[in-house]
Design a binder for this molecule. Structure first.
Ligand SMILES: [Zn+2]
Length: 226
């Protein structure tokens, strides 16, 4: 108890430090995350039916993992800047190397489950998509972010489900309300690729509303395979 109180006081008194290099200031400094970003095609095995081409900035491990958890679960919104830069860098790499004919496109964030967003008090992936679109446009890749996907029914907690059960749990859970599907090619964005079940469902919903899904980009991808 006393130790807990001491630790809480220390957290208040000591400045935050970068999880990667220890420099005081932000919990993950921009130069460190940019240095760790290694954009590449990372696909889950097995690959779910309908999963678009998937690119990610890094493996989900070490400092990148700690930064994503702090950003999502503890709402450390200062991390949006370096994480969005890593995401935008990944989309730029994917468009240049994997889809060189792509012109303008729309970044569509994968929505959080409603209760999750309410509990966390922020929209972590929507914020990353908006920032990444601004960066991409500044780098010469015309992009805008449009949050056109929405949950259309509740799903059970995905934790502990294998790839097949995740896919069944998510089937038909996302939709494009109000016929607002983008006419431009879509780049789906999310924070993390695990089994690919969520991105596969997001792609299905967009395609059934008439959109072309070019690829998916995430900040990180797990090495866990099931
Ligand atoms: Zn650092």
């Amino acid at each position: 108890m006393l130790a807990d109180v001491s630790r809480a006081l220390l957290d208040l008194l000591l400045p935050q430090r970068c999880v990667a290099c220890g420099v005081p200031g932000e919990p993950f400094c921009g130069p460190c995350l940019t240095g760790l970003a290694a954009p590449a095609r990372r696909l889950p095995e097995p690959r779910p039916a309908g999963l678009p081409d998937c690119w990610s900035a890094a493996d989900y491990a070490g400092p990148v993992r700690r930064a994503l958890i702090a950003y999502k679960e503890r709402a450390q919104v200062a991390l949006a800047a370096p994480l969005a830069e890593a995401l935008a860098f990944t989309v730029a790499a994917a468009v240049s190397r994997g889809h060189p004919a792509a012109g303008a496109f729309v970044l569509v964030p994968v929505p959080s489950a409603r209760r999750t967003r309410r509990a966390r008090g922020h929209d972590p992936v929507g914020r990353l998509a908006a920032r990444a679109a601004r960066l991409l446009s500044a780098w010469g890749h015309p992009a805008e972010a449009r949050a056109v996907l929405a949950p259309v029914r509740r799903v059970a907690d995905q934790a502990g489900l294998d790839a097949r059960r995740r896919a069944a749990n998510l089937a038909g859970s996302l939709g494009v309300p109000g016929r607002t599907a983008p006419g431009l090619p879509v780049v789906l964005v999310d924070d993390l690729l695990t089994t690919g079940a969520t991105l596969s469902e997001a792609a299905r919903a967009l395609r059934s509303a008439g959109s072309e899904v070019l690829l998916a980009a995430t900040v990180a991808a797990t090495r866990r395979r099931s």
